[in-house]
Design a protein around this ligand. Structure first.
Ligand code: ADP
Ligand code: MG
Length: 736
């Protein structure tokens, strides 16, 4: 029997939609009451709970369980099986305590049931002895193991049964996300107190008719059942209610956002004729792959229309997304603002501001300054001899330079603008923005979309990512989004040979790495580090020392990490690119997008500390040229299981890995909320809840088409919640 049900995906504290403005009083009860004032919680426990962000009753209510354990005590002793979670009930027959040879306090409790017995064992938990006494009826729940003839459970959960309690009453026990020094029992107690005190004070978001039509649990029931389920069915129903609400509200918000965009402005039409198409493609030193040609065609069709393009381009690492982006950028700046007729001489020719008039502007946004500068260099190389005005806008620029860039962006003189978040966060304002391309979009998250705006028209938008997003999720997070896929690598690419390097193979690996370096190859060594911390920096430096005095002593090494200035990083990258360094020792600053085709070797140290998508991105750095790349994933222990490393070794197909990744870690990061600062998804697991996503989307569209202003009396609470949760993020100001 599957006795563990996962529930919450993201336990990050912040105000969820279901509770905003819910601060309503009933007598002296309020959801803002501090936990320490609730019966049974007490000051000490309340203090212990603070690291979890649990301060008020409200906080406890929305501290959703991570999973549930079957605690019915309904398992027969005869059905126990090694390694499978189970709960059994019986009577305490014996309690013994002793000190082990290692000096630990060991408590052993024998519990005997109808058809067998089990031994509960606790180390250094003296309070358990006080809690239990011989003759008590209890339920023990844990993963049992067979020790000799006896079933044993180490540190099982214990529930003491009330006198005469019918068996299997309280079947499921919530398991909560914890922090250091907080016990499950602390959280459970606080949640119980919060439910008793204020569980019924949260106003209902949905109109009664909708609750009925969708068979949704009313909010008070949902709170009670998600924390203290009376059955598997109510547990599932309560979770469904929160997931549905979350996704439904997001979908309505996206509708609002979308229709505002549609009705506010049209985008400029940027037609691309055959002549322009071939002129642009001739600029590249290679022929476009069939996939690149197809995707360029899809983009061209969008750009020709005045409805703003809203397209996601997904393509595995190295599939050549940049070329497609540049194609679109050049097409944009080839169009004159006044005439909207493409002037194909412009890409190679005419000066802006001359008789031909002003061209539309295009922006390319990258997640890091290093990547922005690399894109800039690529464009400079490609556009040598043309008169297209390129502009760079990044945080690391001197103020004066930045201001000059901002001025040229505002005047329309800057045609292609490459930048980082500085493009949206700063005071840059475009005169005639026709197209925005956002590279490695998954690094940005939901927020940045639509924030790069101007007064006259909405730009076309192209999002690019190497982390493919399942269609359901794309819908959930971005609403209506067209998807293009680069499903082909440029010719001559070979899958990177990927190896797991355990401690015993490490010496041999370095021998191999050095041999390849001596053959004239270049390579990376990636070290993991928390770059913001001082200790992180020290660990990078010492890793570098170890390499340059150890295995890579004979070679020219460079070091880049996040703490260097953009200029320092840039100059080291240039040395590496120019072949003046053999090995670049780097943190994951090189993870995204860096393109040095001559570098074909990679060693990833402590590979198990990286995420799967990150590993694949890293490996992508050495899959660029015609020479087969080689990548070693170094792990500290060979015994431990490393599901991510196994997946990483097994395939070089980024789309397959992304799917695996989603399963291994949940989609929290994928939607990018962590980087963007947008509120996290609370319970919804977009992959598992794909059908609810679809349902919520249908319902949201129906509601919105019916009552776009959410003017109906019964929808006021819902509207309030939606604006509160998404108003700022999605710029829904005008609706409220
Ligand atoms: P990604 O999709 O990961 O962003 P890039 O756009 O950086 O990939 O392209 C990876 C490398 O492939 C670059 O060096 C680029 O010049 C090269 N490239 C792109 N398209 C082609 C092509 N059609 N033929 C040959 N090389 C190409
Ligand atoms: Mg790229």
């Amino acid at each position: 029997m599957d006795s563990t049900h996962s529930a919450a995906a993201s336990p990050e504290p912040s105000t969820p939609q279901c509770l905003a403005h819910a601060d309503r009083f009933r007598g002296d009860r309020s959801i803002s009451t501090h936990l320490e004032r609730l019966p049974g919680v007490g000051t000490t426990r309340a203090q212990r709970l603070q690291p979890l962000g649990l301060v008020t009753a409200r906080d406890a209510l929305i501290h959703f369980p991570r999973e549930y354990k079957d605690f019915s005590g309904a398992h027969a002793f005869t059905e126990l099986s090694e390694g499978e979670h189970a709960a059994v009930s019986g009577v305490v027959m014996d309690i013994a305590s002793r000190t082990t040879s290692r000096g630990q306090q060991m408590l052993t409790v024998l519990v005997k049931g109808k058809d067998g017995s089990v031994r509960g064992v606790w180390f250094n938990m003296p309070f358990m002895a006080k809690k239990l006494s011989v003759g008590m009826r209890v339920v023990l729940a844990s993963v049992p193991k067979r020790v000799g003839h006896v079933w044993e459970m180490t540190h099982p959960e214990v529930r003491v049964c009330a006198d005469g309690e019918e068996q299997g009453k309280e079947e499921w026990l919530a398991v909560y996300p914890l922090a250091d020094g907080v016990r499950q029992s602390d959280v459970r107690l606080a949640v119980r107190a919060a439910i008793d005190h204020a569980g019924d004070l949260v106003p209902e978001a949905f109109p009664a008719a909708m609750l009925a039509a969708k068979s949704l649990l009313p909010i008070a029931d949902a709170f009670r059942e998600i924390h203290f389920p009376t059955s598997v069915a109510t547990m599932a129903a309560s979770r469904r209610r929160f997931v549905y609400q979350e996704l439904f509200m997001l979908q309505v918000a996206l509708r609002m956002h979308h229709s505002q965009k549609e009705t506010r402005h049209a985008a400029p039409a940027l037609p691309i004729n055959a002549k322009l198409d071939s002129r642009i493609r001739q600029r590249f030193g290679f022929n476009f792959t069939a996939a690149q040609r197809r995707v360029c065609g899809e983009i061209a069709a969008d750009l020709a229309r005045t409805q703003p393009m809203n397209r996601l381009l997904q393509g595995d690492v190295g599939s050549g997304k940049t070329a497609v982006a540049i194609y679109a950028l050049l097409a944009t700046v080839a169009t004159k603002v006044a005439s909207s007729v493409p002037d194909d001489t412009d890409v190679a020719g005419a000066q802006v501001g001359e008789a031909g008039g002003m061209s539309y502007q295009a922006a390319l946004m990258a997640p890091t300054e290093l990547l922005a500068r690399q894109h800039m260099a690529t464009l400079e190389r490609l556009l040598k001899g043309s008169h297209v005005n390129l502009e760079l806008l990044v945080g690391g620029q001197p103020t004066k330079r930045r201001q000059a860039a901002i001025d040229r962006i505002a005047s329309g003189e800057a045609q292609i603008v490459v930048g980082t978040q500085a493009l949206v966060c700063g005071s840059a304002r475009f005169k005639n923005l026709g197209l925005v391309v956002i590279d490695e979009q998954h690094r940005f998250g939901v927020v940045q979309r639509g924030t790069l705006q101007q007064d006259q028209a909405d730009p076309h938008t192209l999002l690019m990512t190497a982390t493919p997003i399942p269609r359901t999720i794309a819908h959930a997070v971005y609403g209506d989004l067209d998807v293009s896929t680069l499903d082909e690598q440029p010719p001559g690419r070979q899958p990177v040979g990927t190896y797991r390097v355990g401690p015993e193979q490490l010496d041999a690996w370095w021998d191999f790495f050095r041999k390849k370096l001596r053959e004239g190859r270049q390579g990376y060594v990636v070290v993991p580090a928390v770059e913001e911390s001082k200790r992180g920096l020290e660990s990078i430096s010492s890793a570098f020392e170890n390499l340059s005095n150890g295995p890579l002593e004979a070679f020219r090494l460079g070091l880049v990490h996040g703490r260097l200035s953009a200029k320092q990083k840039q100059s080291i990258m240039e040395d590496f690119r120019a072949g003046e360094l053999d090995v670049l020792v780097a943190t994951s600053v090189i993870e995204v997008g860096i393109d040095v085709p001559a570098a074909t070797l990679m060693t990833i140290l402590d590979a198990d500390s990286f995420g799967l998508a990150q590993l694949h991105q890293l490996r992508g750095r050495v899959a660029r040229g015609g020479v087969q790349g080689i990548c070693g994933a170094v792990i500290a222990s060979a015994e431990q299981s490393h599901p991510r490393i196994d997946a990483f070794i097994a395939t070089t197909d980024g789309f397959k890995l992304a799917e695996q990744d989603l399963r291994l870690r949940g989609p929290g990061d994928l939607v990018g909320t962590r980087q963007s600062g947008a509120p996290p998804m609370y319970l919804a697991d977009l992959l598992r809840d794909a059908s609810v996503v679809a349902e919520a989307r249908r319902d949201a569209i129906e509601l919105y088409d019916h009552d776009p202003a959410l003017a109906d009396e019964s929808l006021q609470r819902l509207k309030e919640l939606i604006l509160d949760r998404w108003g700022e993020t999605l710029g829904l100001g005008q609706v409220g």
